[in-house]
Design a protein around this ligand. Structure first.
Ligand code: IPE
Ligand code: IPE
Ligand code: MG
Length: 249
């Protein structure tokens, strides 16, 4: 018989805890197809996907991951039917309300990636409250990408740089990769070491385009609502077997 607990323990033991990825980014995809396979509405997939958010956030923080970035809503996701968008926003509010206590207990700080001023007022306020309430936590940073697009982030950064140059705050000569990074939503954070995308799609869908220049990619056919603790460990184990050369030899 398949012993899930044993498998999890084995995988966990095979992780080199001294060489954990500092920052893991996840494109949480496949909720709709998970639901469709079960003849359920897409929202049911999002709801189950939220359970995986709870699970993976807890697991990541427990093993000592310092930065976890979750792609929750892209700048392109506004193209979806209004009911689905409303459903996603409701789940976001629900998640934050239910989990805030836990996030604080686990010393997790919530940050956002993306232009949250464009979110409906309710969800926006809930997000701002969660960011404010967790701002002194320092065990793990949980980046939630909301109305996030990599291109939007880069263009927005350039606009702010041009403004700061005009205002005399920085000089063109001083602009380099490190200064540029400070104009991104991930300001002050290390780049993702590992990018995970379940659901079978082999693309980035506009996620962290600047930051993932040298990230290791881990793709899988599993739909996000089926992505469990063991898959998270497996991704880390696989990551630790990779030879990261950063252009060297
Ligand atoms: C990911 O699942 C959740 C969001 C993009 C918000 P999808 O809703 O994209 O699910 P699929 O890709 O259609 O299966
Ligand atoms: C990427 O998934 C966005 C999020 C997971 C929030 P999508 O489902 O929107 O990506 P595409 O449309 O398949 O590229
Ligand atoms: Mg999708």
């Amino acid at each position: 018989m398949y012993d899930r607990k044993k498998k999890i323990e084995e995988l966990k033991k095979s992780i080199d805890m001294d060489k954990l990825p500092l920052h893991i980014a996840i494109i949480m995809d496949g909720n709709g197809r998970w639901a469709k396979k079960r003849f359920l509405p897409r929202t049911a997939g999002h709801k189950e996907g939220m359970e995986r958010v709870k699970e993976i956030v807890e697991v990541a923080s427990n093993i000592g991951i310092k930065y976890l970035s979750l792609y929750a809503f892209s700048t392109e996701n506004w193209k979806r039917p209004k009911e689905e968008i409303d459903g996603l926003m409701k789940l976001l509010v629900y998640y934050l309300r239910v989990e805030l206590k836990n996030l604080n207990k686990n010393n997790i700080k919530i940050c956002t990636l993306g232009d949250i001023t464009k979110l409906p007022e309710g969800p926006r306020k809930e997000v701002q409250y969660a960011v404010e309430t967790t701002k002194h936590n320092d065990k793990m940073i949980l980046n939630i990408a909301l109305n996030y697009g990599g291109r939007d982030e880069i263009v927005g950064g350039i606009k702010n740089i041009v403004n700061d140059i005009k205002m005399g705050k920085i000089k063109v000569e001083d602009l380099d990769e490190s200064v540029f990074s400070d104009y991104l939503y991930t300001k002050g954070q290390p780049d993702p070491d590992l990018l995970i995308r379940p659901s079978g799609e082999l693309r980035l869908s506009n996620f962290m385009l600047y930051q993932i220049a040298y990230s290791e990619f881990w793709f899988s056919n599993i739909y996000w609502p089926d992505f469990r603790e063991e898959h998270f460990y497996q991704a880390i184990v696989d990551y630790q077997k990779r030879d990261r050369r950063f252009g060297g030899i």
